[in-house]
Ligand binder design. Sequence first.
Ligand code: NAD
Length: 302
Amino acid sequence: MADIRFDGKVAIVTGAGAGIGRMYAMELAARGAKVVVNDLGGARDGSGASTSAADQVVEEIKAAGGEAAANYDNVATMEGGANIVQTAVDNFGKVDILINNAGILRDRSFLKMTEEEWDLVIAVHLKGAFCVTQPAVKLMKENGYGRVIFTSSTSGLYGNFGQCNYGAAKMGVVGIMNTLKLELAKYDIKINTIAPTAYSRMTEDIIDEKMGAKLRPQFNSPMVLYLCSEENQTTGQIFAMGAGWYARTAIVSGDGACIGDAERDITPEEIRDNWDKIGDLANDKPHDSGTSIFSYMMPLLS
Ligand code: NAD
């Protein structure tokens, strides 16, 4: 089989000035893509800004013989999103690939979290995904081709102490994907979500250095590059990964229990008495859309 290449393709990677995003940008460029390296260049908590992070990655890509352009806009504003996409159009004429990767942290236990900490994290991860993706997919739709990645986290999918703002935003991007995959299904636009793991600025104080050496940011790139390739036909799925482990993860439903006859009232006691059946995930299934949940109710509805 031929190598996976991106010749002639234009990619935007947000937050590509460091960590995991930097590796996507470098590896896409090494395989022929023209890359917009977006990075606000602020601190881990979202404060400050600088052009140096994006500039440095652009220089590295160019030094290795690739093509790249820098953008320093904030993903969390509509203007920023539009400028990021415009940078791709101005420099390379179109957008084929968008990797929503930019991120910050403002960790605090739920009871102590401030409105500012909540708003800022939701703005960068969740609103940022909207602000950049909307103008990008408009162009992809016109061109009849696109690959989009949203970045979730196991903190959102499963939970993590002190990260209710981050977790909510990271589950939120799954919600955007679930809708967008349906709205863009008839175009060749594939949209997937990843939950990466890497030793980076974001995790250097929570992962110990020895384990961190094995959680290299570049181990997330092969999955993301495959999902962004023309070959990939998968859409609307979530993949978790780290250190060379890759797996699909999903929101699933069990068979559940049909109680009553959709006419008589149902009591809390009947919920209690069917508790094991209601909670049983032995025959769990993911769903392509919210409406497929009706299939479970069919014995009652038909
Ligand atoms: P990182 O801090 O090394 O890199 C994030 C980059 O995003 C930084 O260069 C930063 O300047 C940039 N950025 C932040 N806010 C921005 C904004 N408003 N506009 C533009 N750029 C902005 O972090 P990382 O570990 O490489 O994380 C990358 C993504 O992966 C993030 O979305 C993060 O939440 C997610 N993630 C990381 C891990 C992990 O283990 N590192 C786990 C789960 C999810």
